[in-house]
Design a protein around this ligand. Structure first.
Ligand code: LP5
Ligand code: MN
Length: 269
């Protein structure tokens, strides 16, 4: 049997939606970067035009985020302005992913975006929905879980953020290259996935029969056990032309969850 890391149950934060909300949307894994301008435009348009009361971004909004001091210039400043505009129209919440775990209170406060702990139980429509990025559930990815434990620690983050922006960007570039290289060593079908038994354990502990997560870029709806359903979001990429473009919005209303495409980019609303 493959090695996995034994994980302690996390603390489940709770967020109670205001009773006035009629529609809440979930999306993740936009991986925004200067190299994907159409994906940026798709998100900007969607956040401007959706009729949802709230949009919850479940991690990997950015391709990489090396610290909130990057928000003052260039592409990061455009992202901050887009988020600030979005939060002036509706409630926007952000949960960190493995690419943007260094997003901090400085950026979120500046943009008016609510921080969500990973995992969080969202209480709305008299139901409980468990939200997570998904990386913490990939237990068979032992090397990644060790890396994650290290970089999520206060000591590592303090030391990393003490470096110059240029040094941090270079470190991020190197770790991305290493991560890409490790992926090329895997055979198709051997990519790391969420551990279904651990996901079910979290859901039972959180008393949440439905989980929503991203990270794996493998959009699907899985029935883990009778009464336990896991919805996996797609990543977003509107930069390749034609049929390869993709980006899921999962919309939650009292009558259930539905997957849909975002509002067409550049639409007037
Ligand atoms: O992101 P994705 O889907 O390609 O792969 C993830 C895991 N990889 C990561 C790393 C990210 O790609 C890049 C993080 C950028 C953060 C920027 C700010 C902080 C910079 C930190 C600089 C040290 O999360 C990948 C998983 C995959 O998901 C599937 O779940 O397998 O995990 C890894 O690739 C991690 C390796 O397994 C272990 C890394 C060992 C460390 C090697 C150090 C190399 C040089 C470091 C230079 C400073
Ligand atoms: Mn991820």
């Amino acid at each position: 049997m493959a090695e996995t890391v034994a994980a302690a149950l996390p603390t489940f934060a709770e967020f109670r939606a205001p009773p006035s909300w009629r529609a809440i949307e979930f999306l993740s894994d936009l991986h925004l970067s200067e190299a994907t301008p159409r994906t940026f435009e798709s998100l900007a348009t969607h956040l401007r035009c959706t009729s949802a009361d709230a949009v919850f971004i479940l991690g990997d909004l950015f391709e990489v985020w090396v610290g909130d001091d990057a928000r003052h210039a260039g592409f990061e400043a455009e992202c901050a302005a887009m988020l600030a505009d979005a939060s002036s129209r509706r409630f926007i919440a952000f949960m960190a992913g493995n690419r943007d775990f260094l997003v901090g209170a400085e950026l979120l406060d500046h943009c008016g975006v609510h921080h969500l702990a990973d995992p969080t139980v969202l209480l709305a429509f008299d139901q409980r929905l468990l939200l997570t990025h998904g990386d913490a559930l990939c237990l068979s990815d032992v090397a990644y879980q060790r890396f994650r434990a290290e970089v999520r620690g206060m000591a590592w983050q303090r030391a990393f953020l003490a470096q110059s922006l240029a040094e941090r960007r270079e470190a991020a570039r190197r770790i991305r290259a290493e991560s890409r290289h490790l992926k090329t060593m895997q055979r198709p079908g051997e990519w790391f996935d969420v551990d279904a038994a651990e996901a079910a354990r979290w859901m039972r502990a959180a008393r949440a029969p439905v989980m929503v997560h991203g990270h794996t870029h493998a959009p699907a709806t899985h029935e883990l056990a009778p009464g336990l359903v896991r919805h996996v979001l797609s990543d977003w990429d509107f930069d390749p032309p034609g049929a390869a473009a993709r980006g899921d919005v999962l919309r939650w209303q009292r009558d259930g969850l539905a997957r849909m495409p975002p509002a067409p980019a550049h639409s007037p609303c």
